[in-house]
Design a protein around this ligand. Sequence first.
Ligand code: TIU
Length: 221
Amino acid sequence: MKVRIQAEPFELPFDTRTTALVIIDMQRDFVLPGGFGEKLGNDTSLLLAAVEPTRLVLEQARRIGMFVIHTREGHRPDLSDCPPAKLTRGGVTFIGEPSPMGRILVRGEQGHDIIHQLYPLAGEPVIDKPGKGSFHATDLHQILTNRDIKTLIVCGVTLEVCVHTTVREANDRGYECVVLSDCVASYFPEFQRVGLEMIKAQGAIFGWVSDSERFMKATNV
Ligand code: TIU
């Protein structure tokens, strides 16, 4: 299905058959108290605003048969894939430490998994990534290439960290990325505002910005 989405800085045509919805790191460790996000000193409640709009977009994508991919940031239990510089970021180690949701950012732990509202269905690939970007040290590009994916509709957290890194990586690999402003969130309101501005500045320097409502309009045909 060929559609057009209203977006900034300008409307973008895409084909739903060559488009993927990518939901980045909607994990308990970032979104709920007790996990990595809170340990870093953040108010995790700010991220909850993105959950319901993302749920509606996910429901719509599933309804129209759009390819859906989820990502999770985290590490092997022995932390052998965690760079020392990441482990001690800020001079304090949280990754791998115990929390009320299990060991922080460790695969297989409760906190590492995706929140129930956005839980993947069977058949929707889940990309486990050791970095902030979803392409670094993962098979995401291969999976997208195999499906002939050209356009990414991007949701998730946090905007200025894993969403930005992923969109920048995707743009350099030739994908057109549309970030849905109400389906992404930051621990810092100022970063949310300026993070969206950065993406669409200079004639969509590395992507487009739209929102869940305009995604619905574009795909309700
Ligand atoms: N700290 C922060 O804002 N984000 C991360 O560490 N990872 C993601 O953005 N997923």
